[in-house]
Design a protein around this ligand. Structure first.
Ligand SMILES: N[C@@H](CCC(=O)N[C@@H](CS)C(=O)NCC(=O)O)C(=O)O
Length: 192
């Protein structure tokens, strides 16, 4: 199997970290999706033009969520419960909004502007981080499973890109400190 992605994407990192935690073997192909040559590879494999994607023989799978389900079925992991699916959706929604805001910043928009699009993303990020903070306080992430490592990748990427102030979310900060020295965190740390 080959996983295509980048060294910075939190969605790609989840799968790279999962591979280390669960001893899954795949080759990792690092793409710069904004460079012409790698973009050709991206578009050919994945018309959504987003990373990650997994290639397993003739089968290509798009989207980290679907790739996880594909691996879980192939490797016989217990499927996520509905509550775990909801928590993953929360993590994804904050992550997606932060990706959109980052792309807007790189397009030279002032994302602190009082505009509907920016306000909706910021409201979602803050609301979801607060719900995830409560969940962390209640022990939802005590088992370091796929959902927990997805949360770690989100938080570590927020810190790496300096995207939002995490000091308000003390349980999330504790969770991040507890896991930042794991082999799967160190070996997959984002770098430009
Ligand atoms: N739902 C997708 C989201 C993937 C995603 O947003 N990836 C970002 C990198 S972190 C990307 O490829 N963005 C390119 C773009 O938006 O044009 C997944 O879970 O794989």
């Amino acid at each position: 199997m080959q996983l295509y992605g980048s060294l910075t994407s939190p969605y790609v990192r989840r799968l790279r970290a999962l591979a280390i935690e669960k001893d899954i073997e795949f080759d990792f192909l690092n793409l710069n999706i904004f460079a012409e040559k790698d973009r050709e590879t991206l578009v050919k494999l994945n018309p959504t033009r987003k990373i990650p994607m997994l290639v397993d023989g003739e089968q290509v799978i798009f989207d980290s969520n679907v790739i996880y389900r594909y691996l879980a079925q192939k490797l016989d992991f217990t499927p996520l419960s509905w509550n775990q699916e909801n928590t993953l959706t929360l993590i994804n929604s904050a992550n997606d909004s932060l990706v959109e805001l980052l792309i807007c910043q790189r397009s030279e928009f002032d994302t602190n502007d009082d505009k509907l699009f920016f306000n909706l993303q910021r409201e979602r990020v803050n609301g979801v981080l607060s719900v995830l903070n409560d969940a962390a306080e209640q022990g939802t992430f005590s088992d370091y499973n796929y959902v927990a490592l997805s949360l770690f990748c989100l938080l570590d990427w927020i810190i790496f890109r300096n995207l939002t102030d995490l000091t308000r979310y003390s349980a999330l900060q504790v969770f991040h400190s507890e896991h930042k020295n794991r082999a799967s965190s160190i070996e997959t740390a984002p770098r430009d």
